[in-house]
Ligand binder design. Structure first.
Ligand code: VGL
Ligand code: ZN
Length: 205
């Protein structure tokens, strides 16, 4: 198996109107459906939080979404409650072709630490198993798309690189949050500087 596609967090809560809606996030579903058949293997991640996850602003008194706190020594952006395990918001978008997904990985399940990356939590304390899974299948290269560019896509791409995988991100398949204006542009710059290839759809023939 050579080509693996990672679909990051294509869940209802990240769609426009969702709890943590990403502007135009729904536009990437068609891109995912179009690209998936071109790959040997497709992985989908789900942000999958317990209802009392400590990244939720609701768990902190006198804090609101967008605030940054120290969470056990890590900077943590506080978010609206989102992607609660088993909720409608945590489900993948109804138009995503589930038949093309080989395996799902869930992350953010420990209430005490966030996990933007599909590979590791934000402190790299625990792995989701995706890295081993890909290695066992002989994967050397991954292509990534999904939500959101400046969080889960970026962190997933950075971890893929750190595991020695050749890492590409498909820009038409990503949308970002921009909590601070410019975050999305900076995310692309950071990814490129680290060695991520930005590969447009049309190059994926
Ligand atoms: C995400 C913020 C919080 C993401 C997940 O999927 O990018 N962002 N949880
Ligand atoms: Zn989350």
């Amino acid at each position: 198996m050579k080509r693996c596609l990672i679909l990051v967090d294509l869940q209802n809560d990240f769609m426009p109107g969702g709890a943590l809606g990403v502007p135009k996030g729904d536009e990437v579903i068609a891109v995912a459906n179009r690209l998936a058949p071109k790959f040997d293997y497709v992985v989908a991640s789900q942000d999958w939080h317990p209802p009392d996850h400590r990244s939720f602003a609701s768990q902190h008194t006198e804090r609101k979404a967008g605030d940054v706190i120290d969470l056990d020594g890590l900077d943590q952006v506080l978010w609206p409650d989102h992607c609660v395990q088993g909720s409608h918001g945590a489900e993948l978008h109804k138009d995503l072709d589930l038949a093309c997904i080989d395996v799902m990985f869930q992350k953010g399940t420990d209430r005490n630490i966030d996990s933007y990356s599909t590979f590791y939590d934000n402190a790299h304390r625990r792995s989701t198993g995706l890295g081993d899974h890909l290695r066992e299948r002989g994967t050397k290269a991954v292509w990534i798309l999904g939500l959101a560019t400046d969080y889960c896509v970026k962190f997933t791409a950075m971890d893929a690189l750190s595991l020695g995988l050749s890492t590409s991100v498909v820009p038409e398949g990503c949308r970002g949050i921009d909590v601070v204006p410019g975050d999305v542009d900076r995310a692309w710059e950071e990814m490129r500087a680290a060695g991520v290839s930005v590969v447009p759809c049309e190059d994926l023939g």
